[in-house]
Design a protein around this ligand. Structure first.
Ligand SMILES: C[S@@+](CC[C@H](N)C(=O)[O-])C[C@H]1O[C@@H](n2cnc3c(N)ncnc32)[C@H](O)[C@@H]1O
Length: 223
């Protein structure tokens, strides 16, 4: 069975048991023991983030960033390299411990947290919030809440950048990771302003359809 198929089997077992957030830690623990592979961990920054940061000449100095579902930490480290003061969190304690081990001299604050119940002091705190590939591993019924709660972490004048697998409503829902609909991201616009929306095929083999979308909390905008 492929690494992706093993993760799908695990996800299916836990989603069926109504424990949709519990399989991540199990998978990371199995990976730490050498009996599984984390299929999304390519141990390098997400090229769709790097490309966007280069294109927009983003400078993180004097700005706070938050990385959602940070896995093994490569995106967080990329943002720290560009000057951001970075908090990165994951629901898996094993993933967070591994991130701290991989980057022992890092300035990133790696924390164990659940974005469905974020710490109160994160409310509208971050100038840059990065979400990649986390909403798409949640079953559809949890996504609306995840999307809304993530929006509430963006500071006034702050930016949220989302990268996700993408589909149209006429496409099959597929298997985990479940591609998102543009309509699901549109929930963000109840409190944030959509700055840019890209719908593209990436450079993976075979190419994967993705959305990369940028949102902003306008100062004095929606409450
Ligand atoms: C598909 S992985 C993506 C990891 C990383 N963002 C990347 O692009 O490589 C999803 C990550 O989100 C984490 N995660 C899932 N549900 C979460 C939640 N409710 N709160 C925080 N992290 C969560 C998982 O443990 C996993 O590390």
């Amino acid at each position: 069975m492929s690494d992706r198929a093993c993760a799908r089997t695990l996800a299916r077992q836990y989603v069926t048991a109504d424990l949709p957030l519990d399989w991540f830690e199990v998978l990371y623990q199995e990976a730490a023991a050498g009996s599984a592979v984390v299929p999304w961990a390519d141990l390098q920054p997400n090229p769709n983030l790097v490309d966007w940061l280069d294109r927009t000449a983003t400078d993180g100095h004097n700005r706070q960033a938050l990385v959602i579902g940070s896995g093994y930490g490569d995106d967080a480290e990329e943002l720290a390299r560009r000057g951001f003061s970075v908090t990165a969190f994951d629901i898996s304690s094993t993933a967070i411990h591994r991130s701290r081990e991989r980057f022992p001299d890092s300035s990133v604050s790696y924390e164990i947290a659940n974005f469905l119940k974020p710490p109160a002091n994160w409310h509208r705190r971050f100038d840059f919030v990065f979400e990649a590939y986390t909403w798409q591993v949640l079953p559809p019924d949890l996504r609306a809440s995840a999307v809304r709660k993530t929006a509430e972490l963006v500071a006034s004048n702050g930016t949220l950048l989302v990268v996700t697998r993408a589909r149209d409503a006429t496409d099959p829902a597929g298997q985990m990771p479940w591609p998102l609909l543009r309509e699901e991201l549109a929930l963000l616009t109840t409190s944030l302003h959509e700055v840019a929306f890209e719908d593209f095929f990436d450079n993976e083999q075979p190419p994967v359809r993705r959305f990369r979308a940028e949102y902003r909390r306008d100062e004095g905008g929606n409450p």
